[in-house]
Ligand binder design. Sequence first.
Ligand code: TRP
Length: 339
Amino acid sequence: MFDGKTVLTGVKPTGTPHLGNYLGAIKPAIMLGAKALEQGGKHYMFIADYHAINAEKDAAVLNQKLKEIACTYLAAGLDPLKSVFYRQSDIPEILEITTILYAYTPKGFMNKAHAYKAAVEKNRLAGKPDDDGINMGLYTYPTLMAADILSFNTDIVPVGKDQVQHVEIARDIAGAINAHYGKDLLHLPSYHVEENVAVVPGVDGRKMSKSYGNVIPLFEDDKAIKKAVFSIKTDSRPLEEPKNPDEILVYEIYKSIATPEQLQEMGDGLRQGKLGYGHIKNMLLDAVIAEIKDAREKYNYYMAHFNEVEDMLAQGALKARPTAQATLKRLKDAVFGRE
Ligand code: TRP
């Protein structure tokens, strides 16, 4: 599927990653990148820090989130010697390319973009003016995202469903530019939505999300993870009462992490009235800790030695920039009629 293809993954440094992010997005993204590399392709993995400033104005918070995200990806197995791992703000060509893309971005595209529309909708529900609190960074963010993608001749952008539209916008802008100049200045990207990734429920049964306050933390200590696992919603049925595992939230969460044998064991125990909620919570806790133990050690190491990560990001930028520079040159030559 990826042979020789360029895969590009971007991540906004907002929010401390939780177990749901880890199992549902971070690990799958790293596995996909590794697959592309195995098949002779390229993998770009970058931290979209210019995207983050639209929403986060506290520099110290932003810096902390960037560190957390960078260390999480490294801890989860991203290999910075194989993947090109960089910070968006270290590649100034992306911003120059954005400016050129603006001239080919219909304003109507931005009006229709999900992130902007969602912000307007939120304002309407709150009885505020449509554009209240909305800055130009948020409004035009699909064009910056298009530049992130087009700068590196990306073939495939792995995204969640909410980001499909943005890749389509990138494709449309690139198509318009190519059509206008009558040559393939920009490579047309496609999106890839991974269908089989875990959607991990939170401790209250809704999707695990920081905004619901229902997360199982990722790289915190065992005590914090235990506290979250033991707060998972259960009912007051006695242990001996046979239960349908599919109606039990602990079991639902266990699905995203357990081996088939472990899952079978918990399912049988519940159906036969042999396992109580305390038991199954301990089983889940053990599985979560087993899953994250090594990664957590790596994470803590990198957080404490962030200068090493800074070096990796600097190296990554050095590797990434020539491609963005070549894209920018192609565009400038065409736009300003230099060739
Ligand atoms: N918009 C993406 C998100 O909110 C992050 C992102 C920025 C991105 N630029 C990108 C993702 C380029 C893929 C490619 O999750």
